[in-house]
Design a protein. Sequence first.
Length: 186
Amino acid sequence: MIRPAKPADTEEVAPLIIQAMDKLAKKLTNVEDDEIINQIFKHFFQQKDNQYSYQNTLVFEDEGKILGSLNAYDGSKLLKLRQPFLAYLAEHYQANNTDQGTETQSGEFYLDTISVNPLAQGKGIGKQLIKAGIDWAEQLGHHTAGLLVEQNNDRALKLYQNMGFVIQNEKEFMGGLYHHMIFKIK
C-alpha cells in the first residue's frame, strides 16, 4: 500500500532517502560520518516545509514495514524548501553549501528520491512509487514530472524510459553528470 508519510516513519524512511542519494548525501551535508548524516535526514524528515519533509514523501508499506519511499515536490519551490536545510547545516556543521546548483525548475513536479529497501528490490515497488508520484503531480495540477538519473546508471535510465520518461537535457549537479528526464502528464 502506498500512503503519505508520517513523522513516525523517520527510522525507516531516512535511510531510504540517503540510499537514493548515494554519495550526494555526503556532498549535500558536507559531513563524512554516516550516523550524523542519518541524524540530519531524520531531523528534516520529521519537520514541515523542507525538501526532505514527510509532507513531501510517499511510502510503500507492506505488513507494517516500509519497503520504499518517494520524495517529491513542486520544482518552483526548491530554493524555499532547501533553505532550512542549508541554514541548519551552516549553524550546526559549519557547512557552507549555499551554491549547490538546482536539480529541478519551475514547471515540473520533481521526483527527488526514489528508494526501495534492498531486501524488497525487483518486486515492482519502485515502479509503483513512480506511478504514485506521477498521480500525485497530476492531483496537484502539474503537467510535467521530472527527475535526474546519473548518466552511468543504465538500469535506472531504461526503467524510466520504459515508464514514459524522456531525456529533456543533460545536467551537471554537485560534480556529477545526469540525464534530466521528464514525463508529460495528460
